[in-house]
Design a protein around this ligand. Sequence first.
Ligand code: GLV
Length: 302
Amino acid sequence: MDVLLCGDLSEAEWCMWRDALCEAMPDTRWLGLQEARLRPQAVLAAVVDNPDPGCLQGWPSLRLIQSLWAGVDRLLADASLPADVPLARMVDPSMTRAMQQTALWAVLALHRDFFGYARQQAARQWLARPQLRAEEVPVLVLGAGVMGSAVAEVLRGHAYPVVSWRSAEDPAALERALARARIVVNLLALTPRTRGLIDARFLAALPAGAGVVNLARGAHVVEADLLAALDSGRLAHAVLDVFGTEPLPTGHAFWHHPRVTVLPHVAARTDVRGAATVVAENLRRLQAGEALLHLVDRARGY
Ligand code: GLV
């Protein structure tokens, strides 16, 4: 079988993926865009890492688009994406575990005020802060999909009282949950419904001194509103892995804000070996005519 492998990949990254995929599927031919364009009818599937808009058009035999990313918002924003070809997102246990680790680290650091201790160290200040029990720190997890559910589970395992909110629920339920939360962890998919959700009104509904962790997409947050809440002292700290513009521009206020921790979109990177196994299984299913895994509901947006 011929499979197109393309996207926002350097040559070295492309070769790394090709090698991992070849190992998982020795009988498949992996083609870059240029090579594949020579025999477009032969291409049955495309494995894509954030591809440029338009490049999934013009493949007459295409029967599966498999994303190497968990979030498919950028793919769905491409108006030329063939509407009749099934789209699968990446769901890989290694990636889910990485997300659990990042979320647990951020929640622990906010709960125990380890970011405050880092500021104290910079000022050579020896000062013990109050130590709450995990049971006294309610966490609101936005999103109850694969990542959101896994994060809620690991936090519950550490005694945090966790409430999960789905975007399909009504805004009043969100306001009630926000009023009780000390930490909010965002793991929503980016859809028209969730874009800009974390705005001034959302932040004002949180109790004073709360923490925000965004591990989903930058466009969920109205950055100016978040900065205002941090500057006024209402919000204690924000842990941000994703931004409206990535890489985060060097002059952006988040870089040097004392109450912001910046990560360069690494909360859960795609694990090459794990992802190759997932791709292999979906391509096997495609060839065997079996049901495909992790298909995206395009109307829902994830
Ligand atoms: C990362 O943000 C992903 O969607 O895989």
